[in-house]
Ligand binder design. Structure first.
Ligand code: NAD
Length: 468
């Protein structure tokens, strides 16, 4: 660990604000903070607090990015920093909370967005800091406090982010402990958070195990789960644009993002041109033998397992990722299979059949399979199958509006982009706001402060007038 990063892990007074030894303490302190926040802070104060959080995270976006890679061993520092900056600047705030008024001759009714109170939130290792920042801004904008069960593999970096957020809140006159975490997060501490009566809403960002656990909790839960985003390239696509964008999207943070492009279906007549153009955009084309070496290196298979399903796609084997290869650099994978490559490389690509495990698995590595398809119809069918009904993210390169609309309707994903990386759907290089909690399974979509509030109705009978 470099000295500068080592230094920032230690806070000024040796304690990370908002980080507690036990769940009980974290919950108690956050619950008190939320009551004070709701009672004492005006909407204007809420806005100032959120502005201070944004600035505090921007001030240490670089160190937090370095720490995240250092601690988790995943991803790329430059992209971690970009994600921290995106979460700090593009997560919307209180503007998402709109009051709805209905007036008639019979009276006036107002529906307002009101806090849940204390929220329990779980974060992934893949987007450690940005999920905390994006959740904290949205939840605080909604008038809530939040207790996090962060991913254990990024707990120190998360503690620093939570410390910085608390210091920013206090500097603007807000209460301490609006955002807390338990120091040693485990599945047991998550259960404690889920069961605590003070916690009124659960928010989980992670894989299917987490989302299912939260949905079984008996509490209101917002679940942001896994994806396997396909890309379709049709005969009308601008190939130079498609190639550069696919490489940029699929290699971003070494493909750790849930929205990141995971497999490509290209019509036969465009396949050679696409692959050629991708090679000019820092992609390395693996030979079939090298692709097999990479498969043997980064995946494991249960042999002839009769229970194989989901990603087995009709094969007798069920494949799993070797965790040590998730989020690693493309160059490191090349070196491991003995390829001496001196040019800079961001992404490994190879030609695959549709039932290749890389096509069907959410691999989260800079290794992208490309499937040649007879025509657009076949590409779309393969893409819908490979997405496995996650309804998460998908992408198309096309200038045929019919193809775009047909694919968008068939796949029904929360994020759908045309002629640009899926990152555009999170406001990175595109219009719109961001969130690092994309709630497909429970339907909130790109979550905002609005999703972390309850609707309360206030009605004045007969418009407040006495009937004469
Ligand atoms: P993960 O599911 O392993 O871990 C996420 C969090 O859930 C961690 O804090 C972990 O401790 C906890 N967890 C894991 N299994 C659990 C279980 N059975 N019960 C209770 N808690 C559990 O995921 P990860 O490796 O940290 O992140 C990658 C996954 O998250 C990918 O599948 C990715 O697509 C998904 N993801 C989704 C979104 C989204 O917004 N939809 C965003 C980021 C990541």
């Amino acid at each position: 660990m470099n000295q500068q990063v080592k230094q920032i892990f230690k806070t000024i007074d040796g304690k990370h604000m908002g980080v507690y030894e036990t769940v009980a303490e974290a919950i108690e302190q956050s619950a008190i903070a939320q009551i004070r926040f709701q009672g004492e802070c005006s909407l204007d104060a809420r806005n100032r607090i959120i502005a201070a959080i944004r600035q505090a995270i921007l001030d240490c976006a670089g160190s937090l990015g370095e720490m995240a890679v250092e601690e988790s061993g995943l991803g790329r520092v430059d992209h971690k920093i970009a994600k921290n900056q995106l979460a700090a600047t593009a997560t919307p705030g209180t503007e998402c909370l709109q009051t709805h008024a209905i007036s008639s001759d019979d009276g006036l009714t107002i529906e307002e967005r009101s806090p849940f109170g204390l929220i329990g939130a779980v974060t992934p290792v893949t987007n450690e800091v940005p999920t905390i920042v994006s959740n904290a801004i949205s939840m605080i904008a909604g008038g809530n406090a939040v207790v996090f069960n962060v991913h254990p593999s990024a707990k120190m970096t998360s503690a620093v982010a939570i410390d910085r957020i608390n210091r920013a809140v206090i500097a603007e006159g807000g209460p301490a402990d609006l955002v807390t975490m338990v120091k040693e997060p485990t599945l047991d501490t998550l259960q404690e958070i889920a069961k605590a009566p003070e916690v009124r809403l659960l928010v989980g960002t992670g894989g299917p195990g987490l989302v299912n656990a939260l949905l079984r909790s008996g509490k209101k839960a917002i679940g942001a789960g896994a994806g396997n985003p396909p890309v379709v390239v049709d005969e009308t696509a601008d190939i130079e644009l498609a190639a550069a964008s696919i490489v940029a999207g699929a290699s971003f943070d070494n493909n750790l993002l849930c929205i990141g492009e995971k497999e490509v279906f290209v019509v036969e007549q465009q396949a050679d041109a696409l692959i050629g153009a991708m090679k000019k955009s820092r992609a390395y084309l693996l030979t079939p033998a090298q692709a097999q070496q990479v498969t043997d290196l980064v995946l494991t298979a249960d042999q002839d397992d009769e229970t194989a399903k989901a990603c087995s796609f009709g094969m007798e084997r069920e494949y799993h990722l070797r965790k040590e290869w998730v989020g690693q650099d493309a160059a490191k994978i090349l070196t491991a299979i003995g390829v001496d490559h001196s040019e800079p490389v961001d992404l490994l690509i190879f030609e695959a059949l549709v039932n290749n495990p890389f096509v069907q698995l959410e691999q989260m590595m800079p290794v992208l399979p490309i499937v040649r398809c007879r025509d657009f119809s076949q590409a779309m069918t393969y893409a819908v199958d490979a997405e496995h009904g996650n309804r998460h993210s998908a992408c198309i390169y096309s200038n045929n509006v019919n193809n775009v609309t047909t694919f968008a309707k068939r796949i029904g994903t929360t994020v759908f982009t045309q002629n640009g990386p899926t990152l555009v759907g999170l406001g990175y290089g595109g219009a719109g706001t961001t969130s690092f909690t994309i709630a497909g399974p429970t339907g909130e979509g790109i979550t905002t402060a609005r999703d972390f509030t309850r609707v309360r109705r206030f009605a004045i009978a007969q418009g407040g007038n006495r009937i004469i």
